[in-house]
Design a binder for this molecule. Structure first.
Ligand SMILES: Cc1ncc(C[n+]2csc(CCOP(=O)(O)OP(=O)(O)O)c2C)c(N)n1
Ligand SMILES: [Mg+2]
Length: 395
């Protein structure tokens, strides 16, 4: 459902948590306040024909069976890569891993909506978007192994380095988008962040600046229901997409487990940005099926019921059901993809294990353009510390 910023709003009488009540005992006025999901593919794999979503659906109206198989392949390979990375962390090859399990459709749909000349600002979980941008998945692992600070050149793929400071990339994206507009380019910028990040001041500032400067940026919020152990109810009293209205730009909630809807809505939002219509907030309503990271144990704060309910909405399964029902893919396709997944897993394992350790003193390089007394002092202290270990070993 789109929130049109120009639409008149009825003042709310009740407390924020009771939005949509009339003040009488019965809850009414549901139509205008109840969040709706833009959905083009049901969990059962059926195409949705709904006039309310026609504006978005036209962006995928001409999608070919080959393109649909491509989306399926992207999601399967991303999930396989992600599972491999989780296993590598358990084997001690990575220090940490942030799994995207469950969020494949949100990431592949939105990632495939971008053009090469668009610029993407990710969090630390955007492995599917990285895949769409052509970043080799093995390059994502260096930071999680602790051997580099990134692992790819952001300018090669217009894909910024992973950002761990929650929400900060929303401001980077906004500034970049303001620059794009000043250059007169017709490309767009997309910033990814989570439901938890929506509470950050940086995100609020990014919304304000982008609105006032009409910056060509799409804010793509993956509401995966959790910010580590905090549920979305602790972040907001209104559906997140409705926040856009207060800033003066549209917000839309899309079924984040529906790759077609994510592709369509993101294309629509990017086109608005390119056409000089300013920012859009897309809330992809999805679920983090795994742990926050490999350091987290979700069984301590959520039950199985919730996970099982979301497993029934699995993004990969629903596209498979559709492909099979529409006769768009045969056994040969699925078998070939399975073999490709195996090969990817093998390559990821081999590349990670062969990653060289960085030079111990590399951390002191590039802190300043020229030398600096404080850095020199710290380097000397560290050298002495290292030497103390060498003494013990030699003893
Ligand atoms: C500024 C800042 N505060 C706190 C943290 C610690 N932290 C790391 S991830 C996270 C939760 C983020 O949740 P959300 O935005 O929903 O993204 P998700 O991890 O669910 O993808 C927090 C609080 C951080 N990295 N940066
Ligand atoms: Mg979250």
């Amino acid at each position: 459902m789109t929130v049109d910023s120009s639409a008149a709003r009825k003042p709310r009488r009740s407390a924020a948590g009771k939005a949509g009540t009339t003040g009488t005992k019965r809850t009414t006025v549901k139509k205008s306040t109840e969040p709706e999901l833009v959905q083009l593919l049901t969990p059962e794999g059926e195409r949705v024909e709904d006039a309310r979503y026609a504006e978005y659906a036209e962006y995928v109206a001409g999608i070919t069976p080959e393109e649909l198989r491509g989306l399926y392949r992207d999601m399967v390979l991303t999930r396989r890569f992600d599972a491999e990375a989780t296993a590598l962390q358990r084997q001690g090859e990575l220090g940490l891993w942030a799994s995207l399990l469950g969020q494949e459709a949100a990431q592949i749909g939105s990632g495939r909506a971008t053009r090469d000349d668009d610029y993407v600002f990710p969090t630390y979980r955007e492995h599917g978007v990285a895949w769409c941008r052509g970043v080799d998945p093995t390059n994502l692992l260096g930071m999680f192994r602790g051997v580099n600070n990134g692992g790819w050149d952001p300018n090669s793929n217009n894909f910024h380095l992973y950002t761990i400071v929650i929400g900060s990339q929303a401001l980077h994206a906004t500034g970049y988008a303001m620059g794009v507009a000043k250059d007169g380019a017709d490309s767009a910028v997309i910033a990814y962040f989570g439901d938890g990040a929506s509470s950050q001041g940086d995100v609020a500032e990014a919304f304000t600046f982008s609105a006032v400067y009409n910056a060509p940026v799409v804010f793509f919020c993956q509401n995966n229901q959790w910010a580590i152990s905090e549920p979305t109810e602790k972040q907001t009293r209104v559906p997140l997409y409705q926040r856009a209205q207060g800033y003066g730009f549209p917000g839309v909630r899309v079924d984040g487990n529906d790759v077609l809807a994510c592709l369509a809505v993101t294309k629509w939002a990017l086109e608005r940005a390119r056409g000089g219509e300013g920012p859009t907030l897309v809330e992809a309503y999805t679920y983090r099926m795994g742990a926050h990271t490999t350091s987290d144990d979700p069984t301590r704060y959520r039950g199985d019921e919730e996970r099982l309910a979301w497993e029934a909405k699995d993004p990969i399964l629903r596209l498979r059901r559709y492909l099979e029902a529409a006769n768009h893919a045969d056994e040969g396709f699925f078998a070939e993809l399975e073999a490709e997944s195996e090969a990817l897993g093998k390559r990821v394992r081999e590349v990670v294990r062969a990653m060289p350790d960085p030079d111990t003193f590399a951390i002191f390089e590039n802190v300043y353009a020229d030398g600096h007394a404080l850095v020199d002092e710290e380097r000397a202290q560290f050298a002495a510390y290292q030497a103390s270990f060498a003494d013990v070993e030699g003893a």
